[in-house]
Design a protein around this ligand. Structure first.
Ligand SMILES: [Zn+2]
Length: 87
């Protein structure tokens, strides 16, 4: 686990750097004064939907956007699931 975290940390930094240390969604600067934002690794295509862990599928998003998006996708998935169950 320690190893994985180390790797994630490096990738996260590289992704953030590529994006000018801005969130890929809201474009706010990570860790800028007055914006206590932490960069998180975002999977453009969710792992659950077959998205890979490769660099081209990754982007750096602020914690807020990453969390929001995750919540939205979970809701959509749950809805789909509910529909299937009802059919
Ligand atoms: Zn953001």
């Amino acid at each position: 686990m320690g190893r994985r975290n180390k790797r994630n940390k490096r990738i996260r930094h590289e992704l953030a750097k590529q994006q000018g240390f801005r969130c890929c969604y809201c474009k706010r600067v990570f860790g800028a004064k007055g914006t206590p934002l932490a960069a998180t690794i975002e999977h453009r295509q969710a792992k659950m939907d077959g998205g890979s862990g490769k660099r081209e599928n990754l982007a750096a998003a602020c914690h807020h956007c990453n969390h929001m998006r995750g919540a939205q996708m979970n809701t959509a998935r749950q809805r789909r699931k509910a529909k299937t169950a009802a059919a």
